[in-house]
Design a protein around this ligand. Structure first.
Ligand SMILES: O=C(O)Cc1cc(O)ccc1O
Ligand SMILES: [Fe+2]
Length: 485
């Protein structure tokens, strides 16, 4: 028996335990820790006495009466039921909040330099202590809204776990792997992988030094795969690439603290044992991880810049058809082949809020200034688009099939809610790039009422074929490390 998973470094621990996963999205999984074969009751959920003297406990992730396709619950067979703990007491929340009105709204284009990570030689900060809230909207009590947080830490959670009573969390590690011990088993999550932890699921995060990432919480419901419509039965994030941990338990008596995020505040309760005592479980409400490099990217093979919804990995839908509380969208390495097209993102104003983060590399619309571990927010109807340099480069480039975003991974949390930036996000973090607006100041006026673009003139001066061909496509295929047009 491993007595304390959190005494070990995540990668070492993951190797030692030879972590296994079950594959599929939203499946009805069954899992038993091999040390207790037969721990799952056969043919029923709550026998009079469970094998091995276990307690049966249901974790409901939807109303009992939710339609079958959205009904979520799991059954956990554990050494002690979760209810065995001392009363919860209010905790000091640090920079973590769901209070969206602690300062005035800010309609500006916002960009943050990389958020600070506590230095490993300095103060020890774990995942929960290192949470800080950038922006959000809505109300956990009304089960409607979302929050965007940064985590920056350098210490593993020891004899402490966290759960979110308010909603589901999508975690995006940016620097350093996370070994996440959950009631359902363990997941090793690297940068360029993401994981989702459901409402109520207890987990503890072990880290290997300076660690940073992003976290999106949604109050409305669960993340789901987007519909594929005319794309067909396959594509984007394929269900078989999602990985759910297998049951793992520890039978450990110790002074353990359970931290609950409840109605936007943090509470701590003591108990005399580890909550990671689930010997077997079954159900469709369980954590999972996904490797972003497995994303099957679909894009134009003719012309025009397609909306980034084609890059949606996961979505938490609102009650309005097609409108997301929050989408998780990535900008993966891919080919750019669009003819006669300004290929980078277009200039636009959106009725959605766009929070972006960068895992590694750079972002095509802004090769400078937007850095790994930093972020940007383009709020509702706040204009934005490529910086001046990107505009000039992309409007004059010779359009050949070209690799886009190689060696990079950026992402967007796009929400239909008007997210407000917190006081920490606006000031306290001290990472706001006050010169961000300047990246558009150099945009030149090109307008000339006396000169219409001549038929047959292209950026590189070559003569295009007659329609239906829409421009010139070079015959050479040129891979490149960074974006060029
Ligand atoms: O603003 C951004 O950089 C994100 C974005 C990318 C894109 O390709 C099209 C629209 C959009 O909002
Ligand atoms: Fe945008």
């Amino acid at each position: 028996m491993v007595s304390d998973a959190r005494d070990y470094r995540p990668s070492k621990m993951a190797d030692k335990l030879k972590l296994k996963y079950m594959t599929g999205f939203g499946n009805e999984f069954t899992s038993e820790d091999p040390r207790c074969a037969g721990a799952l009751p056969e043919g029923q959920n709550n026998p009079q006495k469970c094998n091995y003297g276990l307690y049966a406990e249901q974790l409901s992730g939807s109303a009992f009466t939710a339609p079958r396709d959205s009904n979520k619950r799991s059954w956990l067979y554990r050494i002690r039921p979760s209810v065995m703990h001392k009363p919860f007491e209010l905790m000091e929340p640090g920079n973590f909040t769901n209070n969206w009105t602690d300062t005035h709204p800010n309609p500006n284009q916002l960009r943050w330099k990389p958020f600070d990570i506590p230095n490993k030689n300095g103060k020890k900060v774990d995942f929960v202590e290192g949470l800080a809230t950038v922006c959000g909207a809505g109300d956990a009590r009304a089960r409607h809204g979302c929050g965007v947080h940064i985590f920056a830490c350098n210490a593993s959670m020891t004899n402490r776990c966290f759960y979110n009573s308010d909603g589901e969390m999508l975690i995006v590690p940016q620097q350093g792997p996370l070994l996440i011990t959950t009631e359902f088993g363990m997941m090793h999550v690297h940068p360029n992988e993401i994981c989702v932890i459901q409402q109520g699921v207890r987990f503890s995060v072990a880290v290997e030094g300076e660690t940073r990432g992003y976290m999106l919480e949604v109050f409305d419901g669960s993340f789901a795969l987007p519909n594929l419509g005319p794309i067909g039965a396959n594509g984007l994030a394929n269900p078989r690439d999602f990985q759910t941990p297998v049951a793992w338990y520890e039978d450990r008596e110790c002074d353990f603290t359970v931290i609950s995020k409840f109605q936007g505040c943090l509470f701590a309760a003591k108990q005399n044992h580890s909550p990671f005592d689930v010997v077997a479980w079954h159900g469709n409400f369980a954590p999972y991880k996904y490797d972003l490099s497995k994303f099957n990217t679909i894009n134009t093979v003719s012309f025009d810049h397609v909306d980034p919804s084609i890059f949606t990995v996961l979505t938490c839908q609102s009650m309005k058809p097609g409108v997301a509380i929050a989408d998780f969208v990535i900008f993966p390495p891919r080919w750019g082949v669009a003819e006669n097209t300004f290929r980078p993102p277009y200039y636009h104003r959106n009725c959605m809020s766009e929070f972006m983060g960068l895992i590694y590399g750079n972002y095509e619309a802004k090769e400078e200034g937007f850095l790994p571990g930093g972020a940007s927010l383009h709020s509702m109807m706040t204009p934005h688009g490529p910086d001046a340099e990107c505009f000039e480069k992309a409007s004059n480039a010779k359009l050949k099939p070209q690799r886009v975003a190689d060696g990079t991974m950026s992402f967007m949390f796009e929400s239909s809610l008007s997210m407000q930036v917190t006081k920490w996000g606006n000031e306290k973090c001290q990472k706001v790039d006050h010169k961000y607006y300047k990246c558009w100041e150099g945009l030149k006026k090109h307008f000339n009422p006396n000169k219409r673009k001549m038929d047959g003139e292209t950026a590189d001066g070559e003569t295009p074929k007659k329609m239906p061909s829409r421009g010139v496509v070079g015959s050479t295929v040129t891979p490149s490390k960074t974006y060029s047009f």
